[in-house]
Design a protein around this ligand. Structure first.
Ligand SMILES: Cc1cc2nc3c(=O)[nH]c(=O)nc-3n(C[C@H](O)[C@H](O)[C@H](O)COP(=O)(O)OP(=O)(O)OC[C@H]3O[C@@H](n4cnc5c(N)ncnc54)[C@H](O)[C@@H]3O)c2cc1C
Length: 466
């Protein structure tokens, strides 16, 4: 469905939205429209009928009700970083929560009520002012909404678990326009489902998180020349490290950044992010084995405040990329050689294999306690390649698929946060076994008509069906 600003249907929807909310309603033809319809990832050139920015939960409820009554498509946007482009939509309404950035910190009780439009970086800055933190992901501009609803694997994952392990309560607007709370005592099945089940069950308007004391970290980027030995060694060290240390190793051709020695531009490197959440001396001891893997090309690991892990970003950058997320049991020398060979064989402008050693606090939560079922998966691998146009996309997709097939081990699960638009079979991989049926039952209760389907969708269970 395409929309024109003068179309009577468009005008009517805009009139109804403007009557319903005090927040911004941005329509085709307006100066702000192109920027407002653009999510983080390029390649999703969609034209919503309107982007509406509600200012509170009541306005969110009005938007949900209007979408339900008109039958218009509805996309919900927190920070706009959906890998699958789910937070923008052709011909429908984008409910963009970016105007809802309220944050009530209670440093004494170490809890925070955070509105759904905050980003991880904004939250981290505000919490760090009190020497506190909640773990989100590796990127400051990612929305707290999408990452929390998917699980949340970040720099504190081994020390404090997933983001959802610090989620104490949430407020949502469900498909019938009701505002509900979900916590361990209220709407308990809903509370179970939103901890990993994504945006399937309603629009989250506020989250309550536990905060941890974190006056500072030892962290930052360590750049090592990549060889199979270094890659396998890095993973082994990350597995052996104390739980205070969480790491992300990106194996990729070195970009021509100022801190990369020119002779290494384009050569394979391990661009690693390390974050030790504890005392400085112990942190320096914990990162020493990584520094010893090879002579670092750049070493920016140092004591700093936690938000230092979220450097400023270029928000006008909208990469087009194909990707595949998977779990691995091991990255030994042979696996590392496969990774190195594949990266060397590709000529994509950027291609990368990201390795995240998990475990620690995340793995101590029982698999069925939340809708994130991959507690015991020891390593997450994300494969990605940039593409330039449809023909190139096919080439890069084939590369990603071939590498994924070569790397596949026993674990065929997937983390929903990094899934692209890959179809139901892959969504089911995110929710293995009984998780899928339980989510489908919660969906049937809170969104029986599947109003919220611009997401990694879990169709509602059919009564009496399988
Ligand atoms: C550069 C980059 C880095 C990333 N790093 C990490 C990482 O380190 N760890 C990690 O775990 N994940 C990471 N991710 C994945 C990320 O967590 C997911 O893409 C997440 O969904 C993004 O959240 P968002 O609010 O920014 O996205 P959006 O595109 O706004 O939303 C994503 C999905 O969530 C739904 N949604 C968003 N807000 C709400 C809401 N308030 N209520 C109901 N549904 C909602 C949307 O409808 C959509 O389906 C990264 C992604 C990118 C692009």
């Amino acid at each position: 469905m395409t929309s024109s600003p003068s179309d009577p249907g468009t005008r009517e929807v805009r009139r109804r939205l403007q009557a319903a909310v005090d927040g911004q309603v941005i329509s085709p033809g307006e100066a702000a429209y192109d920027q407002a319809r653009t999510p983080f990832y390029g390649g999703f050139d969609r034209h919503p009928l309107a982007i509406v920015r509600p200012r509170n939960a009541t306005e969110v409820a009005q938007v949900v009700t209007l979408a339900r009554e008109t039958g218009l498509e509805l996309a919900v946007r927190g920070g706009g970083h959906s890998v699958a482009g789910h937070s923008t939509i052709d011909g429908g309404i984008v409910c963009d929560l970016s105007a809802m950035k309220g944050l009530e910190l209670d440093p004494e009780r170490r809890t925070a009520w955070a509105e759904a439009g905050l980003t991880a970086g904004e939250y981290a800055e505000a919490a760090a002012a009190h020497g506190l933190a909640t773990g989100f992901g590796d990127t400051g501009s990612v929305g707290i909404s999408g990452i929390t609803l998917g699980g949340g694997i970040g720099y504190l994952v081994r020390k404090h678990g997933l983001t959802i392990d610090d989620l104490l309560a949430a407020e949502l607007v469900t498909a019938d326009g009701q505002q509900v709370c979900a916590d361990p005592e209220t709407n308990t099945e809903l509370f179970w489902a939103i901890r990993g089940g994504g945006g399937n069950f309603g629009v989250a308007t506020r989250f309550q998180f536990r905060l941890h004391e974190l006056p500072g970290i030892v962290g930052g980027m360590l750049l090592l020349p990549a060889t199979a030995e270094v890659v396998a060694g890095f993973v082994a060290e990350a597995e052996a490290a104390p739980e205070e240390l969480s790491t992300i190793a990106n194996v990729l051709p070195a970009p021509p950044l100022p801190f990369v020695p020119p002779e290494h531009h384009g050569r394979l490197v391990v661009m690693a992010m390390l974050c030790y959440a504890g005392e400085v001396e112990a942190g320096q001891r914990a990162v020493a084995p990584f520094r010893a893997l090879a002579t670092p090309l750049a070493d920016m690991v140092r004591p700093m405040p936690y938000p230092g892990m979220y450097p400023p970003e270029d928000l006008s950058f909208h990469p087009t990329a194909v990707s595949h997320t998977m779990f691995l049991d091991t990255v030994d020398q042979g696996v590392a050689e496969t990774i190195m060979a594949a990266l060397a064989a590709s000529d994509a402008a950027m291609r990368a294999v990201q390795l995240r050693v998990l475990g620690g606090a995340m793995a101590r939560v029982p698999a069925g306690a939340t809708a994130f079922a991959h507690r015991r998966s020891p390593i997450m691998a994300n494969l990605a390649a940039f593409y330039d146009g449809p023909a190139d996309r096919a080439v890069r997709q084939a590369w990603v698929d071939d590498l994924a097939a070569a790397l596949r081990q026993g674990d065929d699960g997937a983390y929903v946060g990094f899934l692209g638009d890959e179809g139901e079979a892959r969504v089911r991989r995110a929710y293995p076994g009984a998780t899928w049926e339980r989510l489908a039952a919660v969906k049937a209760r809170y969104d029986p008509t599947n109003l919220f389907h611009s997401n990694q969708n879990i169709p509602p269970a059919v009564a009496g069906g399988s």
